[in-house]
Structure formats: structure tokens, C-alpha cells
Ligand binder design. Structure first.
Ligand SMILES: Cc1cc2nc3c(=O)[nH]c(=O)nc-3n(C[C@H](O)[C@H](O)[C@H](O)COP(=O)(O)OP(=O)(O)OC[C@H]3O[C@@H](n4cnc5c(N)ncnc54)[C@H](O)[C@@H]3O)c2cc1C
Length: 467
């Protein structure tokens, strides 16, 4: 456990405190959460209860109905599980810019120490860099996002083939269930005044009351929260794990897990998913290796990247060969060349690309195989690589339920050669891997996918909705 924990300030424990505060920023779950376990252990040592604090503010970049809905949908079940365990819960919905912005600091004033999530991107990374110095109590972060703690991989890894042997060597020590939460001192204090009560039926009106971008509608495919995450996992194990290796690159076969939104918001842990996949595979005489490669090796390569770079979305982080080849082809003619708005509104000449973008607009995620095609074509049809990068990041920030994740940046930069190798040289791409429409037609059922997305667009409903 110790290799998961980092103290981010020098402050001491407050001996006169009323509770230990767990500030859940990214791992919004009760089960399989090493940070919550650490907070409870600290509280037990100090003879105190734990307060689980979770916030949703109108001010984060790109705050919109889609992201807000997904997070709020998780709150009622979270509250129920915490109550069962004897842990206090404060969910603060900052609806308006004029609402208080110092709730964490006020709660921390009564806390013996603050425990939070160690997470290398987005707001959590910013908070963890600035908040600890402004608190008068000890601030510790815990890595509950990765199976092999990020701290065990001390250097930035070059590619999957360099991180894979290290992960394989360390994995037996970490691929074990997270210890159970055992609360010695139940929460009996009043619910903090800032708490917002959330029920499933209240979610739409709470979202409507927030000063956020209401033009990005909730996903038609994903309901947020622990129960939906568990349902997605069970459905995947039952129906898809056995065909994952064969069908995962055929988008209309729907053979992947669809878990990335739940993993991103921490509503389920990759550890639980990996253990469940392993167990299911052994009970049913299946092989889960291909799935575990994506879930562990590829995903943790992304966290390794995010932890070791200064700026996440930067072409400077590409390997030298990729930077050089893109530079050599920087002046190659782009024809067609689309604006951000044309990409965003799915208005290119390519029906498959437009369908991918519509999947993003409607579902909040694109199937992994077509997501590569989507990214490669943005490079081909943007005026510069920098413009292509910004388009991809912006679309993810705004629409992707699994966006703003370490995987977002490595996925996007993979299209520019990150974690990949040189291929045959061609215009615009140089020796960066190229993907063609003909290739997609040969390898996948483009027509089936086009029909599926057209139906989603027409009906506004997804028969595969996880609810
Ligand atoms: C341009 C581009 C952008 C991407 N943006 C994101 C993003 O914003 N968020 C995101 O989670 N993934 C992103 N990916 C990676 C990948 O496409 C998704 O993780 C995957 O499609 C999620 O669907 P799933 O949960 O059904 O995956 P499954 O195939 O069921 O895999 C299970 C889990 O393994 C992990 N995983 C799968 N593929 C990859 C991969 N190539 N790299 C790293 N981890 C992987 C994910 O956590 C995923 O949820 C991106 C890829 C590309 C090419």
C-alpha cells in the first residue's frame, strides 16, 4: 500500500479534528478504492470517523449536461453504500459561479488530514499541485487508478513493448483485491451544510439549474454510476469476453466492454475489472489475455506517459523520428482541409468519418478501432498537425465521456506516432502509420456501422443503452 501513497505537503495531522476527510476527485467509488481504504485506516488509527467529500462544479473547462449528468447519476448509489459502511458523505454541487468555492477548505478546517486521489491529468492534477500548500493539515494522495502503482515505474516508458515486461514482473504483487473498508468509528455528526441531496429523478433539474453549457446533451448510450458500471461489466463478461480477441476490431459487433467512461470517472476500478475478467475466464475456460493487455498494459502505459510529461497534449512529447518526419512533411498540401467547426459538425466528404464523429456526438465515445481512423483523418485534413491535435483534444474535452483521461492524450498522440514505430513514407504523414477508407472497408463492416449510426441519429435512442 505504501507505494500508492504520497504526502504532498509538510503539514502535520490536526490532533483536535473531528474526522478524516477523503476528497474523491477522480475515483468516485466506494468499492475497490485504495484511497478510501487509506483514509479509513488513518481515521481508525486516530479514533475518528471518515467524511467522503465529492464535488461537482460549474466551472471546470467544458462543463456541460453530458458530463454533469453522468457524474450526478452516480451519486444516489454512492450515498447508499457510504451510509451502509458508516462513512459520512458530502456531495457539493456548485451550481453557479457565485456559489461558495471554498467548501474543501472549510471542511479541511475540521479534518485531521485530507486524503485524495493521485491522478496525472485534468483538474485533479492541477488541484494536487496547488491545494496542499494552502491547507494547514497533512494532504496525502493515493494511486487507486492503476493496478501496478505509477510509482513503481520510475521512468517514462517508450512503448508497450518496454513497459509490458515490467508490468508482467510486478503484476503478481498487485493483481489482488483491494482490502475491504472497515470503519471503526461510524459517522454520527450532522451532514455538512453544503451537501446536495441527489436522487435519480432530480438529476435533470439539478443539471438544468447549473450554469454550464446546456448544448451538449447527455449521452444516449451511457448512464453514469456504479450500478450501470457493474451492469456493463457483467454484460461484457457474459456476452463478449469469449469473442473479444476475434471481434474487438469490428465496431458493429460490439464486442468490447464499453467501460472506458466508468473507468475514467473511477466508478469502477481497472483492478476489479481485471480480477473479474480473470475469474470469468478461468471458470469458463477462456483466455482473457487480449483484454487484459488493453486494460492493464495499454492503459497503464498512458498513466506512465501522463505522470512523466510536463504538458500532456504536446507534439513535443513525440519520439524524435515522429517529430522529424512530421516536420519534413509540414508543407505538404492538404486537400481537403477542414475547419474545427466542419469536423465538429461531422461535415466532411467521408461518410465513415462523419459517422464516427456522430457516434461521438450522440454516444460520447467512438469505437476504439474507428477512433484511430477518426484521428488519422483529422491529421490528413487539417491545415497543420498542431491544428489537428487541437481539434482532437477539443472534441474529446467537449463530447467524450472518457475524455480528459491519460488515455485521451496517448490515444490522440498515438495517431501522430507516440508509442508506435515508423512505417512506409507517404505525403503528410511521412513515416507515421496511415489508415485508409479502403482498409476500413476491407477489415470492417462499414455499411453495418453506417446503418447503425444513421438509426441512432434518426431515433435519438440507442438499443444498446447501459442503464
Ligand atoms: C484518437 C484516440 C483517442 C482516444 N481517446 C480515449 C479516451 O479519451 N479515453 C479512453 O479511455 N481511451 C481512449 N482511446 C483508447 C481506446 O480507443 C479506448 O480506451 C477504448 O476504445 C474504450 O472502449 P472500451 O472501454 O469498450 O474498450 P475495451 O476494448 O473494452 O478495453 C477495456 C479498457 O482497456 C483500456 N484500453 C483499451 N484500448 C486502449 C488503448 N488503445 N490505449 C489505452 N487503454 C486502452 C480502456 O481503459 C478500456 O476501457 C483513444 C484512442 C484513440 C486512437
Amino acid at each position: 500500500m505504501q507505494e500508492r501513497v504520497r504526502a504532498l505537503n509538510q503539514a502535520t495531522i490536526n490532533p483536535k479534528a473531528s474526522f478524516v476527510l477523503y476528497w474523491s476527485q477522480m475515483n468516485r467509488r466506494v468499492d475497490s478504492n485504495h484511497a478510501l481504504v487509506h483514509a479509513v485506516n488513518r481515521a481508525n488509527e486516530l479514533g475518528l470517523p471518515v467524511l467522503y467529500y465529492e464535488a461537482l462544479t460549474c466551472t471546470y473547462p467544458g462543463a456541460n449536461d453530458r458530463l454533469h449528468t453522468f457524474i450526478l447519476e452516480g451519486v444516489p448509489e454512492q450515498a447508499r453504500r457510504l451510509r451502509q459502511l458508516g462513512i459520512g458523505y458530502c456531495f457539493y454541487l456548485r451550481r453557479r459561479l457565485s456559489d461558495p468555492n471554498d467548501v474543501l477548505y472549510r471542511l479541511a478546517g475540521d479534518a485531521a488530514c485530507v486524503v485524495s486521489d493521485d491522478y496525472p491529468t485534468y483538474i485533479a492534477a492541477k488541484h494536487n499541485a496547488s491545494v496542499p500548500q494552502r491547507l494547514g493539515v497533512r494532504y496525502e494522495v493515493v494511486d487507486s487508478s492503476c493496478i501496478v502503482p505509477m510509482s513503481r515505474l520510475e521512468k517514462r516508458e517508450y512503448a508497450a513493448y518496454t513497459i509490458r515486461p515490467k508490468i508482467r514482473r510486478l503484476l503478481p504483487g498487485y493483481l489482488k483485491p483491494c482490502p475491504a473498508v472497515e470503519v471503526a468509528h461510524e459517522w454520527t455528526l450532522p451532514v455538512p451544510a453544503f451537501h446536495t441531496e441527489v436522487t435519480a429523478s432530480l438529476v435533470p433539474s439539478l443539471v438544468a439549474a447549473c450554469e454550464i453549457d446546456h448544448s451538449v446533451r447527455p449521452s444516449i448510450s451511457f448512464t453514469g454510476g456504479r450500478l450501470a458500471a457493474e451492469k456493463a461489466l457483467d454484460g461484457f463478461l457474459e456476452r463478449n469476453l469469449r469473442r473479444y480477441a476475434r471481434d474487438r476490431n469490428e465496431p458493429s459487433a460490439h464486442a468490447t466492454s464499453g467501460l472506458s467512461p466508468y473507468l475514467h470517472f473511477g466508478q469502477i476500478s481497472s483492478l476489479e475489472v481485471a480480477l473479474a475478467a480473470q475469474r470469468h475466464a478461468s471458470e469458463h475456460d477462456l483466455i482473457a489475455d487480449e483484454f487484459l493487455e488493453e486494460l492493464i498494459v495499454r492503459r497503464e502505459l498512458s498513466f506512465n506517459y501522463a505522470r512523466h510529461v510536463e504538458s500532456l497534449a504536446s507534439l513535443e512529447n513525440l519520439p524524435t523520428w515522429a517529430r522529424q518526419t512530421l516536420l519534413q512533411h509540414a508543407d505538404d498540401r492538404r486537400d481537403p482541409s477542414y475547419s474545427y467547426e466542419q469536423f465538429e459538425q461531422a461535415q466532411t466528404h467521408d461518410a465513415l468519418w462523419n459517422a464516427c464523429q456522430k457516434e461521438m456526438l450522440l454516444r460520447g465515445k467512438i469505437h476504439g478501432y474507428y477512433r484511430m481512423y477518426w484521428g488519422k483523418k483529422i491529421i490528413e485534413w487539417s491545415s497543420t498537425c498542431q491544428a489537428a491535435l487541437e481539434t482532437m483534444v477539443h472534441i474529446h474535452d467537449r463530447y467524450a465521456l472518457d475524455g480528459r483521461d491519460p488515455n485521451t492524450y496517448t490515444g490522440i498522440l498515438w495517431c501522430f506516432g507516440l508509442h508506435d514505430r515508423p512505417w512506409q513514407t507517404r505525403p503528410i504523414f511521412g513515416s507515421i502509420r496511415y489508415m485508409s477508407y479502403e482498409g476500413m472497408k476491407r477489415k470492417t463492416s462499414v455499411d453495418g456501422y453506417l446503418r447503425e449510426i444513421a438509426l441512432l441519429e434518426l431515433t435519438g435512442q440507442d438499443p444498446l443503452r447501459i442503464a
